[in-house]
Design a protein around this ligand. Structure first.
Ligand code: PEP
Ligand code: MG
Length: 544
């Protein structure tokens, strides 16, 4: 029995088999082979397995994200059967007498460069797809052709770290828990783990990557951050008892469904949920959230291999609004950059990405991208109760430009005879100290503020949220952060705006009373935290 310790970011217990996360590109080596025919046959059987996997993923995507989004997997299956692609692999194997993995990797490079050099944007976007299918093919080759483990067994994913895009592309039905060697609790991977409602422990240290083998039994304790490898039967029995206890508590929380979020002295507060995509709506409804306080729209971009079109975005926003049936839905405009990188944006490499070209800075300097998103949002606004929120605001002039862009889009839609709602609320994130300090100037220009405590913490305490080594310096209850939130709340209310919190701190039950005493109107948390937060609010008495 071996033990490791990290930081739990979602409190639950998982027991299962380890699966070490592999980045396939790094593993390809050029090797000479004698029997080229055997290599070609390996490619053939790997291809069949890859196609089987893709058709299962296609079926799953069809159910979860709809036909338009699922189509990409059909295209991937067709690309795997493409004659030119297969001929190239075979030629490289036979002429260079090399292994199949190498031939696939070289073909992937050649084809993706060829696509990237084309004029047509659609064809350019295929570059990422060729890489994607080739990585899958290499995975099938390397894993004796069976990356799916032949079944649907859930695994505990152990990785050095996971980029948000890698997290998104994991088969969520097969992930029992995340364990990462690096990472910090405010990273987007941690946020995704919370949203996915699965135990996660981060910052465990690199030793775990050497110590654990695929298939070994692991117990992940998301409460304490403890990881136990090869636990003895007594330890497993204790972990199972704790799991059952959790299930019992969850059942009790279900009884809170439908009850109002009101303190004992009658103060009420909205409890909303944060989601990263359309497939999160089920969890919002299942946990009885009063609305969506943060829809991270960038995941539409992260899940796509090219800029999502106005039509694609419109359909996604419409679906969220319709599913929420008149409850408030706050969609945040694109917040890309920093840890959320997307190849097709072709952003310059930066020395300090967190202080760099991200979020509203990209939108204001690439108006075409911004306008496409705003048009989709305003068009969707007639299907529900929409609020639009803008990230990373630091100045009045940014907000003026944003409002001009909104006005232009509304004028254009009116000219084209396309309907949009007049009552769309406009809000900004308070996630830079600058925005909090000038919140008296910003409040008269908006309907609401939403405090992004994840970034507000990183910028106020000068601690990169991606840097796990800084965890010891990150005091999320720091007086400076609480004062900035309180200042923003006073300025919002003095100017007739409402204020919510959508950063991870909104779910910190030890601060709920503090936030309510500040007059915070809304708390938006990952769906699994909605009911525990309701329970906490209903136990408070602010009259004391
Ligand atoms: C935040 O910064 O608190 C926030 C909610 O936004 P994100 O975590 O997506 O940066
Ligand atoms: Mg943020």
């Amino acid at each position: 029995m071996l033990q490791f310790k990290g930081k739990g970011v979602y409190s639950a217990i998982a027991i299962g088999a380890a699966s070490l996360f592999k980045r396939q590109e790094a593993q390809v080596r050029r090797k000479h082979v004698q029997d080229t025919q055997a290599e070609i046959e390996r490619v053939e059987s790997a291809k069949q397995k890859a196609i089987d996997q893709l058709s299962r993923i296609y079926e799953k995507a069809l159910k979860e994200v709809g036909e338009t989004n699922a189509q990409i997997f059909e295209i991937h299956m067709m690309m795997l059967e493409d004659d030119d692609y297969n001929e190239s692999i075979q030629n490289i194997i036979t002429t260079q007498t090399v292994n199949a993995e190498y031939a696939v990797a070289v073909t992937a490079d050649n084809f993706s460069e060829m696509f990237a050099a084309m004029d047509d944007a659609y064809m350019q976007a295929r570059a990422a797809d060729v890489k994607d299918i080739s990585n899958r093919l290499i995975a099938c080759l390397g894993d004796k052709g069976d990356t799916s483990n032949g079944g649907t067994e859930k695994m505990i994913v152990i990785a050095d770290d996971l980029a948000p895009s890698e997290t998104v592309s994991l088969d969520k039905d097969r992930v029992l828990a995340f364990v990462t060697a690096g990472g910090s609790s405010n990273s987007h991977t941690a946020i995704l783990a919370r949203n996915m409602n699965i135990p996660a422990v981060i910052g465990v240290g690199d030793e775990i990557l050497q110590a654990v083998k695929d298939g070994q039994t692991v117990v992940v304790n998301g409460y304490t951050g403890e990881i136990t490898v090869d636990p003895d039967p007594e330890f497993i029995a204790q972990a199972k008892a704790k799991q059952e206890d959790d299930l019992h508590k969850k059942a009790l929380l279900q009884e809170l469904k439908g009850k109002p979020n009101v303190t004992l002295d009658g103060t009420s507060v909205n409890v909303y949920a944060n989601i990263g995509g359309v497939d999160g709506i089920g969890a919002v409804l299942a946990n009885d959230a009063g609305g969506i306080g943060l829809f991270r729209s960038e995941f539409l971009y992260l899940e796509s291999s090219d800029y999502p079109t106005e039509e694609e975005q419109f359909r996604a926003y419409k679906r969220v609004l319709e599913s929420m049936a008149g409850k408030k839905v706050i969609i945040r405009t694109l917040d890309i950059g920093a840890d959320k990188q997307i190849d097709y944006f072709k952003l310059e490499k930066e020395d300090n990405p967190a202080l760099g070209f991200r979020a509203i800075r990209i939108c204001l300097t690439r108006p075409q991208i911004f306008e496409t998103q705003l048009r989709a949002l305003f068009r969707a606004s007639v299907y529900g109760e929409l609020g639009i929120m803008f990230p990373m605001i630091t100045s009045v002039s940014e907000l003026e430009k944003i409002k001009q862009a909104c006005d232009k889009v509304k004028r254009d839609l009116a000219d084209e005879g396309i309907p949009f709602a007049e009552n769309v609320e406009i809000g900004i994130m308070i996630e830079t100290p600058a925005a909090a300090v000038i919140s008296d100037r910003l409040a008269p220009m908006v309907d609401f503020f939403s405090v992004g405590t994840n970034d507000l913490t990183q910028y106020t305490l000068a601690c990169d949220r991606q840097n796990a080594a800084l965890e010891q310096f990150v005091d999320t209850h720091h007086e400076a952060i609480l004062r900035l939130i309180e200042m923003s709340a006073k300025n919002a209310h003095a100017n007739g705006a409402w204020i919510g919190i959508c950063g991870e701190l909104a779910a910190d039950l030890s601060l709920t009373e503090t936030f309510l005493r500040m007059g915070i109107d809304e708390l938006s948390v990952s769906p699994p935290f909605v009911l525990p937060l309701r329970d906490k609010i209903r136990s408070l008495d602010l009259s004391k």
